[in-house]
Design a protein around this ligand. Sequence first.
Ligand SMILES: *[C@@H]1O[C@H](CO)[C@@H](O)[C@H](O)[C@H]1NC(C)=O
Ligand SMILES: *[C@@H]1O[C@H](CO)[C@@H](O)[C@H](O)[C@H]1NC(C)=O
Ligand SMILES: *[C@@H]1O[C@H](CO)[C@@H](O)[C@H](O)[C@H]1NC(C)=O
Ligand SMILES: *[C@@H]1O[C@H](CO)[C@@H](O)[C@H](O)[C@H]1NC(C)=O
Ligand SMILES: *[C@@H]1O[C@H](CO)[C@@H](O)[C@H](O)[C@H]1NC(C)=O
Ligand SMILES: *[C@@H]1O[C@H](CO)[C@@H](O)[C@H](O)[C@H]1NC(C)=O
Ligand SMILES: *[C@@H]1O[C@H](CO)[C@@H](O)[C@H](O)[C@H]1NC(C)=O
Length: 229
Amino acid sequence: MAMLKSALAFLVLAFAFFFCYVMSSGSYDYFQFVQQWPPTNCRVRTKCSNPRPLQIFTIHGLWPSNYSNPTMPSNCNGSKFDDRNVSPQLRAKLKRSWPDVESGNDTRFWEGEWNKHGTCSEQTLNQMQYFERSQNMWRSYNITEILKNASIVPSATQTWTYSDIVSPIKTATQRTPLLRCKPDPAQNKSAPKPQLLHEVVFCYEYNALKQIDCNRTAGCKNRQAISFQ
Ligand SMILES: *[C@@H]1O[C@H](CO)[C@@H](O)[C@H](O)[C@H]1NC(C)=O
Ligand SMILES: *[C@@H]1O[C@H](CO)[C@@H](O)[C@H](O)[C@H]1NC(C)=O
Ligand SMILES: *[C@@H]1O[C@H](CO)[C@@H](O)[C@H](O)[C@H]1NC(C)=O
Ligand SMILES: *[C@@H]1O[C@H](CO)[C@@H](O)[C@H](O)[C@H]1NC(C)=O
Ligand SMILES: *[C@@H]1O[C@H](CO)[C@@H](O)[C@H](O)[C@H]1NC(C)=O
Ligand SMILES: *[C@@H]1O[C@H](CO)[C@@H](O)[C@H](O)[C@H]1NC(C)=O
Ligand SMILES: *[C@@H]1O[C@H](CO)[C@@H](O)[C@H](O)[C@H]1NC(C)=O
């Protein structure tokens, strides 16, 4: 009897701990791996420290995501960013793949992405794994080159449709990506400007190992021309 009681107490306790763990670690359905086109950042956000932004797609972040709640989860109760978790070898790679194109402080950018997003999937990827996995995702497909091979290169005059840009990426990856755009800040009512291609999102399943189709529809405005410059 005593043994049964303690076994029961143990189970209750174990469940309580498990529950607390799940609550504090956040939960999510899948990952969005977001790559950005630096010239668009520099055009729409702030002044960039480097007047000649990089002309390659670079990492914005790896975001654990929820199908029913697009902005969640974020800022979970995980460990705080510690740059000792990024080895010197990995750091050198991330400085190329994941630079802060706005202020130039790469470490602060990584810190912000980990604290806001990485903490919500810490049960799957610890800090070291989070940055390594992101680096591998970036390496797996070169979006800049995929687009270049489809003759989609920065242009001040040419515009494309959503599917013009998605098609070659889909062909290369065998998965549907999501495009995100920003309105051109230099708007002109009498001659509306096309939206600017800003980000390309790849989706990954829960363990961040296998790429899957993105099925969110909100991204660029449908039916509006897209400019890539
Ligand atoms: C997604 O968000 C909804 C609404 O906030 C929440 O009820 C649900 O538990 C979340 N799902 C996952 C897997 O995190
Ligand atoms: C984090 O923990 C604090 C204190 O335990 C709690 O108030 C807060 O809601 C938690 N936040 C998340 C996102 O779980
Ligand atoms: C860059 O950001 C990190 C992390 O927030 C901070 O510790 C460091 O002092 C910053 N470096 C500069 C040069 O501002
Ligand atoms: C990706 O492709 C672009 C355009 O061809 C090239 O400049 C860049 O070096 C490539 N990046 C990597 C990591 O191979
Ligand atoms: C782009 O085209 C070059 C030359 O044909 C080819 O070597 C390269 O593999 C292609 N890259 C991609 C990502 O399709
Ligand atoms: C807006 O577009 C019209 C028509 O192309 C042009 O005449 C005008 O100068 C533009 N205004 C600005 C502020 O660019
Ligand atoms: C996207 O796919 C997931 C998993 O198959 C599904 O649960 C979700 O409802 C889908 N969302 C939309 C908007 O189709």
